[in-house]
Design a binder for this molecule. Sequence first.
Ligand SMILES: N#Cc1c(N)ncnc1-c1cnn(CCN2CCOCC2)c1
Length: 299
Amino acid sequence: MPDETVPLTLPGYAHVYSGKVRDLYAPVDPASGQPRGDQLLLVASDRISAFDFILDSPIPDKGEVLTRLSLWWFSQLEDLVANHVISTDVPDAVRGRAVLVERLEMLPVECVARAYLTGGGLGEYTATGAVSGIALPAGLVDGDRLPGPIFTPSTKAPMGEHDEPIPFSAVEAEIGSDLAARVRDLTVAILKRGNEVAAARGILLADTKVEFGLRGDEVVLADEVLTPDSSRFWPADQWEPGHPQPSFDKQFVREWLTSPASGWSKSSGEAPPALPEDVVAQTRAKYVEAFERLTGETF
Ligand SMILES: N#Cc1c(N)ncnc1-c1cnn(CCN2CCOCC2)c1
């Protein structure tokens, strides 16, 4: 199993950035030997995070499953928004889990939309009756479906820190009112479309985070889209408002890590132990199941 903690050496590419579960490279121009400024190689690892830790146990094929799912969503959403995908003709070492993309002028906003109330949004609602300044009906509980998806943007925090919720007015101040309205409407429309497709296939998308860049004046969808890494996936047949919902993809990991069998405590501040093989295998199977249910393709 390759060591997922160090950037790969990819001949012809320069390492640009490593996130929690994905890495960025830039193709090198053979003539100048310098990284190209117009393209990037987005590589999805098999790393998985839980409870704000990157686990020691990679999930085989997770990177490929989520890359193929994101590519499928990009094509499903082409009538709504352009995207940054150039090609899947990538080095053999990362084939299937990497995409060559157009390098965009990225907007400094994490564009989050929520269709259900949970997580940080629930905390804000409990304290203020609103989320991102949007007043919600009284009496909502964890997991309730919202009257309609709402835009709840946040900052782009440095790795290891948490994104901070910001009001829409802060987005307007940062990128201008017109562009703020465009990314708000697109983010909400993407989640709406995602749930139209996913609900019919037994999956609820509670919320999602997308990132946009600019191609001139055009807003272009970048990063990944509607994957279990960028969105909360819930099994529709277990949806029951009033308590935290099971995760479609990470429930096995979370339950084992919080069970006596792991010998680990969330409150210890220590890194979690490696996962047992059966938990890794069950988690891989859930990623494959989500891909096959949504796309209708066989992984
Ligand atoms: N997708 C995409 C994409 C694109 N199509 N064009 C330009 N940039 C990006 C991109 C992808 N990830 N990040 C966040 C990582 N940043 C790296 C630098 O440092 C700050 C964090 C930017």
